[in-house]
Design a protein around this ligand. Structure first.
Ligand code: NAD
Length: 280
């Protein structure tokens, strides 16, 4: 029977570490990290995420602001907001909450954020640095997964890691971080033989967005299973991408959904913003 990986507790620890470093930074340099979240329009899920991010920023002692333009804002007007934030010395981290309205090119907006202030780690410059193995701001969700692995004493070096999903925000950066940690990494997608690949893995990271796609019986006994999936079911509950009840019979460690990876994403956003401030 697997031990549960308590993402809430680890995230609280990360926030406490950030808070302690913020206090030191205030004392030594008189510097208060600042995070601005840009939320366009009234997407209800975005509102919930942004509220969580602002609350965490306040808790760790950051200055935090929200830019909340109307849904009808033009791309140029949004670029002007980003330009202003790029130039504002009090703002160390800028986060553009996705999705943006359809008439706005998200890639263009993300690329306009100064890479040094790219708290989400999505800028092409930071993605490139990650693939080159150079220090940079890291995408928060996979960065959080690496911390969870560390917390349970799972060193990826020499292990077979399978990442299911190849999105730019989770799957791909996850694979690169595991590779950098010396795992032997396989990235799976719709054309992969999931049962075979997952069955070989010492570490499974599922980031697909299909409830219970990864069957418990596929899991290699003793594997560490990290479930990034957050699928809202018709009854309102959240379900992961892994068949949790059966997988936990075989895994050594497993993340629950909710309460696993989810809380880590916001905690690592705080870490990134602090690092961005320290680098100024
Ligand atoms: P995405 O839709 O951008 O990417 C999904 C990936 O899964 C794609 O690369 C696709 O090739 C692959 N895929 C889809 N169906 C597949 C199948 N049947 N077999 C194999 N591969 C398949 O999604 P994303 O943004 O990477 O998010 C993935 C999941 O993680 C979602 O449930 C999302 O809600 C969740 N998520 C959670 C957090 C968090 O903080 N916990 C953060 C980001 C995303």
């Amino acid at each position: 029977m697997a031990q549960l990986i308590d993402g809430k507790a680890v995230a609280a620890r990360v926030r406490a570490e950030v808070k302690a470093e913020v206090e030191q930074l205030k004392a030594s340099r008189g510097l208060v990290p600042g995070l601005t979240v840009v939320r366009v329009g009234e997407d209800p899920a975005s509102k919930i995420y942004v509220t969580g991010k602002k609350k965490a920023a306040e808790e760790v002692g950051f200055n935090s602001w929200e830019e909340h333009p109307d849904e009808s804002i033009t791309e140029d007007a949004l670029l002007a907001i980003i330009d202003r934030l790029n130039k504002d010395p009090a703002v160390h981290g800028i986060l553009v909450q996705l999705p943006l309205p359809k008439h706005i090119d998200s890639e263009r907006i993300i690329s306009a954020v100064r890479p040094e202030k790219d708290a989400d780690g999505f800028h092409p410059m930071n993605a490139g640095k990650l693939s080159l193995g150079k220090p940079a701001l890291r995408p928060c969700t996979p960065f959080g997964v690496m911390r969870l692995l560390q917390e349970v004493g799972c060193n990826p070096a020499g292990k077979r890691a399978v990442v299911v999903g190849r999105s730019n925000i989770v799957g791909k950066p996850m694979a690169l971080m595991l590779l950098q940690a010396d795992a032997t990494v396989t990235v799976c997608h719709r054309k992969s033989d999931l049962k075979f690949e997952v069955g070989m893995a010492d570490i499974v990271v599922a980031a697909v967005g299909v409830p219970e796609l990864i069957k418990g019986e596929w899991i290699k006994p003793g594997a560490v299973v990290i479930d990034v999936g957050m699928n809202r079911m018709p009854d309102g509950k959240l379900k992961g991408d892994v068949e949790f009840e059966k997988a936990k019979e075989r895994a050594s460690f497993i993340t629950p959904v909710p309460g696993g990876v989810g809380p880590m994403t916001i905690a690592m956003l705080m870490r990134n913003t602090l690092d961005a401030a320290k680098a100024t």
